[in-house]
Design a protein around this ligand. Structure first.
Ligand code: 13P
Length: 255
């Protein structure tokens, strides 16, 4: 059975002090839930303080990105080795990275390989934009992103990573995908692509989240779907009440 995973992507929000306050507010409620994995992904600069505040709890920590080189003249970038020890997860290929910072499937793939070399589990983001959705291209786009991100990874690595299906038109818009539609894309286009590449056992092992305007009110609808294994949460992860509410609601539905 795939353990549900609810991850909060804080994006470019929270100073170090605010980040520590937020996890102090959340940690007891998150730690009380055993059947759902919870992860917070603060900005880089807050990672050590957040990791310290969460030490001794079952709450995981993730980075929002990293570069693929081990070190070097890459002004402003963060190397995988710098993250090691502070977090267990790293979000790769978020649509905002693709849109504003030129992230490509090839770059995501390079980063995924390096993540595993540094004991970091990638959360690989895929998803179509509104025009692609309306043109009926969702399956093609998402399959292409999944295939591109996984090149050269072995079956054990793919089984252990997380994929987040985040339709761009649903991110930060208050317009979430219908749970049944998200489930279909996840089952057919994402799990289906993994099955074609790696076989059914790997496809059944990989955890696939939905992301895009999820909150404590609508999460149960997604978690009732058989192929949705959790959520990558933006706005609703910035408040303790809503994020803890999402984790406890997931435990009620799936635990
Ligand atoms: P929202 O939950 O704010 O729509 O953001 C989703 C997202 O992009 C998480 O990575």
């Amino acid at each position: 059975m795939r353990k549900p995973i609810i991850a909060g992507n804080w994006k470019m929000h929270k100073t170090i002090a605010e980040a520590v306050d937020l996890v102090r507010e959340m940690r007891r409620g998150l730690n009380a839930v055993e059947t759902v994995e919870s992860v917070v992904c603060p900005p880089y600069i807050a990672l050590p303080a957040v990791a310290d505040a969460l030490s001794g709890t079952r709450v995981g920590v993730g980075a929002q990105n990293m570069f693929w080189a081990e070190q070097g003249a890459y002004t402003g970038e963060i190397a995988p080795g710098m993250l090691e020890g502070w977090c267990q997860y790293v979000i790769l290929g978020h649509s905002e990275r693709r849109q504003y910072f030129g992230e490509t499937d090839e770059g995501v793939n390079k980063k995924a390989h390096v993540a595993f070399a540094h004991s970091l589990t990638p959360i690989i983001c895929v998803g179509e934009d509104l025009a692609q959705n309306e043109a009926g291209e969702t399956d093609k786009i998402v399959r292409g992103q999944v295939t591109g991100a996984l090149v050269g990874l072995d079956a054990a690595q793919v089984s252990s990573l997380v994929i987040a299906y985040e339709p761009i038109w649903a991110i930060g818009t208050g317009r979430n995908a219908e749970p049944a539609d998200a489930n279909r894309v996840i089952a057919v286009s994402i799990r289906g692509a993994v099955a074609e590449l790696y076989g059914e056992t790997v496809a059944q092992a990989v955890r696939i989240q939905y992301g895009g305007s999820t909150n404590d009110k609508n999460i149960a609808g997604f978690m009732n779907m058989p192929d949705i294994d959790g959520a990558l949460v933006g706005g609703a992860s910035l408040k303790a009440e809503s994020f803890v509410g999402m984790v406890t609601a997931t435990a009620r539905v799936r635990g």
